[in-house]
Design a protein around this ligand. Structure first.
Ligand SMILES: Nc1ncnc2c1ncn2[C@@H]1O[C@H](COP(=O)(O)OP(=O)(O)OP(=O)(O)O)[C@@H](O)[C@H]1O
Length: 581
């Protein structure tokens, strides 16, 4: 029999951004043996909540208990509790890309390993799990990568079921499943509940899962909004699928503007609750008074979610005459308040070069002190981008210190002569300061804007046969791929840790699990490179006769002028210090 989840004031911060809350002060009790749906807009925090329950994200504050057991234990609650981990099984979105073994059987055996289940017991669990998800016994010998997408999703769930956890944590489990697969899934969830186990399921598929649910948790902007009573859920469940079907039917007949509904909502990631559709039906918009929205406690909750002010669609999307949705590139490129859109990359690079030249001109410790003050003042407004890079800065500091100390060693007699290593110390401090002021650039320039900046500035060189498009593309890809590779590593690390029931913190991976991470990781990177190559080809790269398409044009704004003036003033101060000190 599974135990209740008890969450008290749980908050989770974005990795590397301590000002961004992914979950805020969540207090919940989720009773054992229930099927609970997590609902909410795209980006609301459903996956984050599931990952936090699975110990894949460390809460900044608050406590998470499964019955009497704390998920995080030890001094300062910094160590994961392996006993709790073994009582839960999580399937992340796209966790079917996790395969490393050459057969389905080995994959299942890997999932069972932390439970030390082997031999006949393991075999019977594997077969039962395969049967529950509708995979044939013969598939055990197949290479998991040769299964279809839907079959791989079923296998991901079978890997969880074989471990017989008290709680299943499922993220979008119906995605990619056919009708039979969904029926299997709902049957499996009902069977879990009947055996006293529970499930928490993040989903947008209300039609399939709402009729099963014992309760709902609405997540909005990282807040768990409401736990709905089971009666409300079932009453709502009887109304919503019809409303959805009615809407689809009317869109098909051209009686409802698809651009206003599905296209816009899907494109902007807005979730349209069935309640909204039911209200429109009730208002006569769809002409079917059979489906009227019942006024339920949960309806009020969903309504409140919907009343959250949304960014107007037209600021993000342009609806063309043919009803198709287009991302509004110019709006996103110039008017957005995202950090990487604030400055023109050309201004940022020019300011960086000017400041670096100033720092390199300082040739003594007192002058460098002035340079350090100026570099600190420049970096201060962007300190939140520097926090995640502190380990690199610290490593550089220790590395420099060791070199400076070695440089200062005199052997006859054995002593430290500071004067010997002063030039090296000055050089290392200059490099350190240049590195620190350069670090925020990674966050202030998106790769695509950097590419456009290079193309707009150096585009004239193409007449001299200089391959500027290719060079700027290369720079863009380097900028784009480094964070992407790190993110993918984090994603696969999470999956492998969840399967291996690792108690390691953060993205740290125990050595024993590394081989299981490398294969799917490398495969994912290769696939990503292949998709990118296809996309580039579609844009015209690699076909010299074709003109490549360009999404937007950078425009030098007053803020860029001020940035350059500030950099010139700072450089002037450093040059003056060099001459007069
Ligand atoms: N590593 C991260 N760094 C910064 N922000 C993050 C990180 N991971 C998630 N987020 C942000 O946290 C928010 C919640 O994401 P989450 O994946 O939990 O949403 P969701 O409700 O599951 O969405 P969906 O329905 O699209 O799956 C999003 O705004 C996302 O951009």
């Amino acid at each position: 029999m599974s135990a209740d989840w008890i969450l008290s004031n749980v908050s989770v911060l974005a990795p590397g951004d301590r000002e961004k809350h992914l979950l805020k002060d969540i207090s919940l009790r989720i009773n054992s043996g229930q099927i609970i749906l997590l609902l909410g807009h795209n980006g609301a925090g459903k996956s984050t909540l599931l990952e936090t329950l699975a110990g894949l994200r460390e809460p900044e504050s608050g406590s998470i208990r499964l019955g009497e057991e704390h998920l995080w234990t030890g001094k300062g609650k910094k160590r994961l509790n392996g006993t709790v981990l073994k009582r839960i099984g999580i399937a992340l979105q796209q966790s079917e890309s996790q395969w490393f073994a050459s057969t389905v059987r080995e994959e299942l055996a890997f999932s069972l390993r932390p439970y030390q289940v082997e031999g006949e017991e393991a075999e019977s669990r594997m077969q039962a799990a395969m049967m529950s998800v509708g995979l044939d016994h013969a598939e055990l010998a197949r290479d998991p990568w040769t299964l279809s997408g839907g079959q791989q999703r079923r296998l991901a769930i079978a890997c969880l079921l074989a471990c017989e956890p008290d709680w299943l944590l499922l993220d979008e489990p119906t995605a990619g499943l056919d009708t039979e697969g969904i029926q299997r899934l709902t049957g499996m969830l009902s069977a879990c509940r009947a055996s006293g186990r529970g499930a928490i399921v993040a989903t947008h598929d209300l039609e399939a899962l709402l009729p099963l649910a014992d309760g709902l948790i609405i997540v909005r902007d990282g807040l768990a909004f409401e736990e709905a009573p089971a009666e409300a859920v079932h009453a709502l469940g009887s109304a919503s699928p019809q409303a959805l079907l009615a809407e689809k039917l009317l869109i098909g007949k051209g009686m409802l503007d698809a651009a206003e509904t599905a296209c816009a909502a899907e494109a902007a990631g807005l979730w349209q609750p069935p309640e909204e559709l039911a209200k429109r039906l009730a208002a006569g918009l769809l002409g079917n008074e059979r489906i009227a929205a019942p006024k339920l406690p949960i309806a009020a909750a969903i309504e409140e979610v919907e009343q959250e002010p949304q960014e107007p669609l037209e600021s993000l999307y342009r609806l063309d005459a043919d009803g198709s949705c287009q991302a509004s590139g110019t709006v996103m490129a110039s008017d957005s308040k995202k950090p990487e859109d604030k400055f023109d990359p050309r201004a940022l690079i020019a300011a960086y070069l000017i400041l670096s030249a100033g720092l390199l001109s300082l040739n003594s410790m007192p002058k460098l002190a002035i340079g350090a003050l100026i570099a600190g003042a420049c970096a201060m407004p962007f300190r939140r981008f520097l926090i995640p890079l502190l380990p690199i800065i610290r490593a550089f500091f220790y590395f420099s210190l060791v070199f400076i100390l070695i440089g200062a060693v005199s052997l006859q007699p054995l002593e430290l002569q500071w004067s010997k290593s002063e030039p090296l110390a000055i050089r290392m401090i200059q490099l350190g300061l240049i590195m620190v002021i350069g670090m925020p650039l990674l966050a202030l320039m998106s790769p695509i804007r950097l590419q456009r900046g290079l193309e707009q500035t150096l585009g004239w060189l193409t007449r001299l046969k200089v391959p500027i498009h290719s060079l700027s593309l290369l720079v863009m890809l380097i900028f784009r791929f480094i964070p992407l590779l790190m993110r993918e590593w984090g994603r696969f690390a999470q999956i492998v840790k969840a399967r291996g029931k690792s108690t390691a913190r953060g993205n740290a991976i125990p050595l024993r699990l590394l081989p299981y991470l490398f294969i799917p990781y490398i495969r994912a990177i290769l696939r990503m490179a292949e998709s990118m190559a296809d996309a580039l080809e579609a844009r015209g790269f690699g076909q010299p006769a074709e003109r490549t398409t360009q999404g937007f044009k950078l425009i030098f704004a007053p803020a860029d002028g001020w940035l350059l003036l500030a950099a010139i003033a700072a450089c002037a101060i450093m040059l003056t210090a060099r001459m007069w000190l």
